[in-house]
Design a protein around this ligand. Sequence first.
Ligand code: UD1
Ligand code: CA
Length: 483
Amino acid sequence: MPFSTLVLAAGAGTRMRSARAKVAHELLGKPLIRWVIDAAKAAGSSNIITIVGHAREQVIGLVEADTIVVAQDERLGTGHAIMVARDVLARTDAPSSLVVLCGDTPLITSETIAALVASQQESNAAVCVLTHILSDPTNYGRVIRDETGNVLRIVEEKDATAAERAVTECNSGAYCFNVPVLLESLGQLRNDNAQGEYYLTDVVGICVAQGLAVKAHVVDAEETQGINSRVQLAQATASMQRRINTAHMTAGVTMLNPDLVWIGPDVRLQSDVELLPLTFLTGTTTVASGSVIGPNSRISDSAIGHDCTVEESVLVDVVLEEGVSCGPRAYLRPGTLMKAGSKAGAHVEIKNSTIGRNSKVPHLSYMGDAHLGEGVNIGAGSITCNYDGFEKNSTVIGDRAFIGSDTMLVAPVTLGEDTVTGAGSVITEDVPSGALALERSRQHVVKGWVHKHTRRTERRERAEHTEKDGKGKNQPHKKENAQ
Ligand code: UD1
Ligand code: CA
């Protein structure tokens, strides 16, 4: 049955000590509030409402594309946050179930949200509260049940008696409400409590007092952990990392040490991919089977084909076809296409370039705005001089070209098929197919130069010593020098 979702995100999050809105902080590259919204969508939520307040401009930018944004100008409590959305909730076409989630609980799963909705709808309850058992319940609202286990109400820590504080079942802050009952109950909320706030939690007691059914759905506390500090952000990151990596390993990905691999939520990996320590895969990266990534590599928004190796390298928005090898220490930047069997070796940087099938750029090179055909070999230290200080220019290199070491290819320039350049050449003009291009001065050899140079140095040193002595004759010194 359909349901809507309301995400609470108006709070300040002062314990983050940040200029950034709390829910805009990222966990594995995705803002906290996006984790919550995406979980609600995956659970089947029809429409989503976001309550914004503190640092709202930052939050709105993250949610306006797919949620209805409602501003809570004064933060008068969680109940008040629902009141400001009253008009949106009262729409006749809205589903009769509403899930309320906190924007700072990124670990909540779509399965749990769906189970919460099912529990409320199947029992036709006024509300089903998502609860968790905490060894340290400090600061949480306690779930108070009667002797037979029926939920009676939720009491906030600051309003609780000592006996109530001893309860370890706590309110996670997530609920599924029957909308007409919720709207009716909001009118009865009062702020005569320890914090002077309108508590959403009071709706539970109001419903029980009216004889309406109230349910609780208990989940593992890891899922409902809210993020209030950087320490909790790191803990939640570790939890999500474990969850994601376990799923990939279960699906056939090998990890030498899953604690040292970080994979974003939108990354797709085929089976028989191997990930070595200190690998970061982010954005929309995909890796096909047989590829080995790492150690110490970062790949974002890239497509890695079958049987590639990426060792100690950084790849951003690139495509590798099958059998490509990168690194150690390659830096492949946006717009790079490495065709099948090609290589970007040690200390090689490539940007906005196509490296043709089986072409190699093995050592210490920069290829920018270049188009290499098949079977090209780029000698060590060769670079494209693609920028003339004003514009980026392109270099085209035909199939099977052999570029000698330390060739400077001054773009725009085109080298035909089967061309060769001499080592150390500065190529400024196009080279026709089959030609050798050589640009360097002829080597000059001076026979006996070293010997003569040594004798000249000795003579000068002797003269200097003589000057220091002030006499002109120093036999022992002379002898020493002669040895
Ligand atoms: C609330 C619950 C408590 C529960 C806890 C779980 C109430 C009264 N208490 O505690 O039972 O154990 O969550 O974390 O609801 N927010 C707004 N507008 C406001 C106030 C809060 O949008 O005026 C948002 C916050 O940004 C946050 C969420 O509501 O995302 C919860 O608020 P928070 O202050 O963290 O929770 P408590 O009220 O302490
Ligand atoms: Ca030269």
